[in-house]
Ligand binder design. Structure first.
Ligand code: ADP
Length: 150
């Protein structure tokens, strides 16, 4: 008997959750893709955040729903604007790694007030994007924890 309360046991369990156990597939677009293409991809893939990659598949930017809305307001030529003009770009991107704790990824989402984080792997060739963590991921963890109790 450990002498730990139910809450302490549950907390201990949550603190060990790793990003790689819950990350989902990242949806990416190229820097030269148009705002129109990015909006289409967002609908087709049913995601709220897109990651932008260069020709070497390295992460260079992030596109949110509001980034695309902002670019669309009063603009007829969405086919003519490449996403690299409007994206949030490196080094201003908040990232996480597959071995990070989920609790730290969740804190980043709250602190930075963003919906998603790219999971990256730093290599000699640059930042390879290997996954994504979103507010939906956190919601799933929350539900799983409660459903797994018995
Ligand atoms: P929305 O803009 O649709 O409310 P977010 O809150 O996720 O969605 O995005 C807010 C702003 O932060 C956007 O300009 C977006 O490009 C940027 N952003 C989103 N995710 C990240 C991230 N991981 N790192 C840095 N900036 C981000």
């Amino acid at each position: 008997y450990t002498g730990k309360t139910g809450t302490e046991l549950l907390t201990g369990k949550i603190k060990k959750f790793k990003v790689h156990e819950y990350q989902s597939v990242p949806i990416v677009v190229k820097e030269e893709a148009s705002v129109y293409d990015a909006i289409s991809t967002m609908f087709l893939e049913d995601v709220g955040t897109l990651f932008v990659v260069d020709t070497h598949s390295n992460l260079t930017g992030v596109l949110s729903r509001k980034d695309l809305l902002r670019a669309s307001i009063g603009n007829q030529e969405l086919d003519a604007i490449p996403v690299h003009i409007i994206m949030t770009r490196m080094p201003n991107i908040t990232v996480c790694h597959r071995d990070d704790l989920m609790i730290d990824a969740a804190k980043k989402l709250i602190d930075k007030q963003i919906d998603g984080l790219p999971v990256i792997k730093e290599t000699d060739a640059g930042n390879e994007i290997v996954g994504r963590i979103t507010k939906t991921t956190i919601t799933k963890v929350f539900v799983e924890l409660i459903m797994d109790e018995h």
